[in-house]
Design a protein around this ligand. Structure first.
Ligand code: NAP
Ligand code: SF4
Length: 685
């Protein structure tokens, strides 16, 4: 759909009246209050991938999202995120973008291109910044821009916006937050210039205001300009609140159509989007800004379900909500909310495992709960040519994904689960403070199984004899894992508890606890032991206090001294590998887990040899020194082994078998691999 056209509105459905009320921007009307926020997927970096990118956006436009923003495109080479990354600075680059805008418009959507100059966050030797100050998270020191360089950079932003307009975009988003170049100009920590671009607040904000003003002059009136404004920097020597408000007013006066909220620089050490951040934890800051500007404001971060979005809008925190990852997880999010089918939404669990972690590893983004994300053209779930009968053994993430995908393709599916509930390891994960979102995935699968008519047999172990007589075409073995036996002398002592029994509350746990194994599950168990219920993730005020977010906005950067609640237990988290535990945790979330446990006083020790367990506690050797940890309990989190017994028996009986998930590879027991593998297999059977 073209900018300037008005959209005819369906009547607002009862459950989410604010979410589905149209937003009039003067020259066009958005059909609802959902912005698909910018997220780099990796498909932006090569024009050869724009066909895939077009389908990725088109699928979401068909799902009814009001406005979308692409991943960031640099306005010049200096602004690259990495060498040869996405850039729009020359006329010859325009034509491939028309595939994207054409596909989105044909699907009835609208899309803006994000202009992102990485500044000192670029990972290449050509980077520039207001001052030659290296960031703590990148290896290169930037060159300080000269005054002429600043002029050239402003012109590059404007040229990029003009090219985006020529490419058919409905607007641009000017990326002024998250610690990228524009944000670097705004904060003393990265801008120590003495000329008219540094020093006073007025000088520091000249750069973004000039960009917005000249962009508006160039693109004319009927073109969306979203300015992404850092409302909370969450780093020290950053902006004060009155400076941020002054900037918002100037950006409005310079011609922005909408102001989007940015929260936290990438170098900030306060989590802003991981799953332990409460839902809608930062919308209060957008509400504060609403007192000062008239143009519509967009709020963001950890809004993942329609009722949350509706509450935020109904409270008047903002005029629109931005969601990036939730629309990766479910392209039909808006359509499902609109038709009162929110309980069918495949909810983003904010794990970052397949999206941001991939981007930071230079891999194509996808989604843990939706492996089709960014693979729309290649992972197609098409109706099966012949209807077959399958048994899926095990209802963990792999079994659930296999059963649903097979049923969606028209096959008859029976799903056997020996326990009384679906979910496998997710039933443990959802009990960890800060991982409550995992229960949404189970709700999604439960409803999807019912909708698809899968024959779910709980409390039923799949035994080889009955499977043989069932005459199914094949069995998908998704029997998961069994905990590894660490073979520590004395491990049959009553103080020793499995992680399963600890998390499920099967046995009481004492005040002093040693955890054997510091992988993903060891860290989860440590959080479970040190964070008394209710989980801080359910309480925004408590969470902001614990992490030191200044909700009074009295301090620069919005940071305050954290007030950490004392752990009810003394905990040791141990591993045999030398060095600090937690190095192998995921890139974008590992630091949060390490920081949370450090704040709770958990003693994280590497290079441990387990000698024995007896009434005195756990005897270990560390750095050749023998120590006794006088603990009440030892919890074993020593990893997993594949549970392949059923697969082996079925193969011996000549029954066709496909093994997926942890039953296939335990070393990488993780839901991302399990769901992806099972979905891809089921798409081909
Ligand atoms: P893991 O990440 O492989 O960690 C296993 C830990 O056990 C390591 O710290 C390892 O360290 C130690 N270990 C291995 N062999 C041992 C032995 N023989 N004796 C004593 N210690 C031993 O496994 P995990 O913690 O079970 O997590 C597996 C995966 O599950 C993660 O990668 C994550 O993706 C996923 N995950 C699942 C959940 C869940 O709730 N289900 C939660 C978090 C993560 P050393 O060898 O150095 O001692
Ligand atoms: Fe959300 Fe995790 Fe999917 Fe990323 S990978 S979109 S965080 S569910």
């Amino acid at each position: 759909m073209l900018a300037g056209m008005s959209v005819s509105q369906p009547s607002a459905p009862a459950p989410y009246p604010h979410l589905f009320s149209p937003l009039d921007l003067g020259f066009c009307t958005l059909p609802n209050r959902v912005l698909m926020g910018s997220m780099h997927t990796g498909l932006e970096d090569h024009a050869r991938d724009f066909g895939r990118l077009a389908e990725y956006f088109a699928e979401r436009a068909r799902g009814g999202v009001g406005l979308m923003v692409t991943g960031g495109f640099a306005p010049n080479i200096e602004g690259w995120l990495k060498p040869f990354a996405s850039r729009l600075s020359s006329r010859w680059q325009v034509a491939p973008h028309r595939r994207i805008t054409g596909a989105v418009h044909a699907a009835g959507g609208r899309i803006c291109l994000q202009i992102l100059h990485a500044g000192r966050y670029g990972v290449h030797p050509l980077i520039v910044a207001p001052s030659a100050i290296k960031s703590p998270i990148t290896p290169f020191t930037p060159r300080a821009l000269s005054e002429r360089g600043i002029e050239r950079t402003i012109r590059a932003f404007v040229r990029c916006a003009r090219l985006a307009q020529d490419a058919g975009y409905d607007g641009v988003e000017i990326m002024g937050s998250e610690g990228y170049l524009i944000n670097q100009f705004l904060a003393e920590r990265s801008n120590q210039r003495k000329d008219r671009w540094g020093g006073s607040a007025e000088n520091r904000m000249r750069f973004p205001v000039e960009i917005v003003r000249r962009t508006r002059e160039t693109v004319g009136r009927d073109f969306i300009i979203v300015y992404r404004l850092s409302m909370l920097d969450l780093v020290d020597r950053a902006q004060a609140w009155d400076e941020i408000v002054a900037l918002a007013k100037q950006v409005e006066a310079a011609g922005a159509t909408l102001i989007n909220t940015g929260i936290g620089w990438h170098e900030a050490r306060i989590p802003t989007i991981v799953t332990s951040v409460p839902r809608a934890a930062f919308t209060w800051v957008t509400r504060r800004m609403k007192e000062s500007v008239r143009i519509p404001l967009i709020t963001t971060n950890r809004i993942n379900m329609p009722e949350v979005a509706e509450q935020v809008l109904a409270r008047g925190d903002a005029d629109m909500v931005s969601m990036a990852r939730p629309l990766l997880a479910d392209p039909e999010w808006v359509a499902k909310a609109r038709s009162a089918r929110a309980d069918r939404i495949n909810t983003c669990i904010a794990c970052n495992q397949a999206c941001l972690d991939h981007v930071f590893e230079n891999r194509l983004a996808s989604c843990l709960v939706n492996p089709r994300a960014c693979h729309e053209t290649e992972l197609v779930i098409a109706p099966a040519a012949t209807r077959k009968r399958f048994v899926v053994a095990g209802a963990g993430p792999a079994g659930l994904a296999a059963a649903c995908t097979l049923a969606e393709r028209g096959h008859a599916v029976a799903l056997y689960e020996q326990s009384g509930e679906i979910g496998g390891q997710f039933n443990l994960a959802k009990r960890i403070p800060g991982k409550e979102e995992f229960s949404e995935t189970l709700r999604y699968f439960r409803n999807r199984l019912a909708d698809l008519g899968v024959d779910v047999r709980l409390n039923t172990a799949a035994d080889p004899a009955s499977l043989q007589s069932s005459h199914c075409d094949a069995v998908i073995v998704a029997t998961g894992v069994t905990p590894r036996d660490p073979r520590i002398p004395g491990q049959d002592h009553p103080m020793v508890i499995s992680y399963h029994d600890a998390v499920m509350g099967v046995r009481p746990i004492g005040k002093r606890v040693a955890i054997v194994g510091a992988g993903g599950i060891g860290f989860d168990v440590a959080e479970f032991l040190t964070q008394p219920p209710p989980s801080p993730t359910t309480d925004i005020a408590r969470w902001t206090r614990e992490w030191g977010v200044d909700t009074t906005l009295a301090h620069r950067g919005g940071i305050d001294k954290p007030e950490v609640e004392t752990s009810p237990r003394e905990v040791w988290l141990l591993q045999r590998t030398p060095g600090k535990p937690g190095k192998r945790l995921n890139k974008t979330t590992g630091w949060v887990h390490r920081a949370a446990l450090k704040a709770k006083g958990v003693k994280m020790l590497g290079g441990v040899t387990y000698e024995r367990i007896d009434d005195a506690g756990l005897h270990v050797t560390i750095d050749r020194e023998v120590r006794t940890l006088e603990v009440d309990n030892v919890i074993i989190c020593a990893g997993q082994e594949s549970n392949r017994a059923l697969a082996d028996e079925l193969i011996a009986l000549g029954i066709p078998v496909h093994v997926v998930g942890g039953a296939d590879v335990a070393a990488e027991l993780d839901a991302k691999r399990a769901i992806n593998q099972a979905t891809r297999l089921a798409a081909t059977l």
